[in-house]
Design a protein. Structure first.
Length: 221
């Protein structure tokens, strides 16, 4: 993975404005910082943002582990986790995800295909909303793996296809990204000193049914 916005404004959700979120300091010298592991449910302070209907997010048990399940059917809402962190101190983001299938009409290159069975956001908020940026790590349909492009609704949101197509549908896939390197690649400069992580499974453009699972989202030094 509720529209009081016009469609273009709704999809500017890719650059979510996060001025009112609770702040959690990512300090100390620990080597790993959990964002969301779901073993105790959603982290306190997790915020759901609605753009079109409501994607169903539930913490469920799967193969003996607590994971986040997301089901969208013509809907678009996302979860923003409360942890704020400095990417220069915590540059590595890890998680695992799984999808049931990609979206048949999904196509990151056109507005009417701007839906994803699974995506993980890293959001870089700015006091001026129009300058908020985000990296969208997506499980794409047609966009080839490791392809990056601006979101079709806003250039402040860059889409990066980590997975593409059906080959790994139904399997857990583990990811690790260097946020500093990715930000430099996508925006041509160093990232700001504050970021947040969010997830979204959305099908409001295509109207399709999508199901995904997310787990073990964490930061490393």
């Amino acid at each position: 993975m509720t529209r009081t916005f016009q469609p273009a404004r709704a999809k500017n959700a890719a650059a979510w404005i996060l001025l009112s979120l609770a702040s959690v300091s990512a300090t100390g010298m620990q080597a790993m910082l959990p964002v969301a592991d779901f073993e105790e449910g959603l982290p306190p302070g997790t915020e759901e943002r609605h753009f079109e209907g409501r994607t169903q997010y539930r913490v469920v048990e799967l193969n003996g582990q607590q994971v986040l399940s997301a089901t969208a059917e013509g809907t678009a809402s996302g979860l923003i986790f409360p942890l704020r962190f400095d990417p220069s101190e915590w540059p590595l983001l890890e998680w695992r995800w799984m999808i049931d299938k990609v979206l048949e009409k999904g196509d990151a290159r056109v507005k009417q295909g701007d839906d994803y069975a699974a995506r993980v956001y890293v959001i870089f908020p700015h006091w001026l909303p129009l300058r908020t940026r985000s990296i969208n790590y997506i499980w794409a349909n047609r966009l080839p793996r490791d392809t990056a492009q601006a979101n079709t609704f806003t250039s402040n949101a860059m889409m990066l296809a980590l997975q593409s197509g059906e080959d790994l549908s139904g399997e857990w896939v583990s990811e690790r990204r260097n946020l500093v390197e990715d930000y430099r690649r996508l925006f041509g400069q160093d990232p700001p000193d504050e970021a947040l992580v969010a997830v979204m499974t959305d099908t409001d453009q295509t109207g399709e049914l999508a199901q995904a699972w997310y787990d073990t989202i964490r930061l490393l030094r």
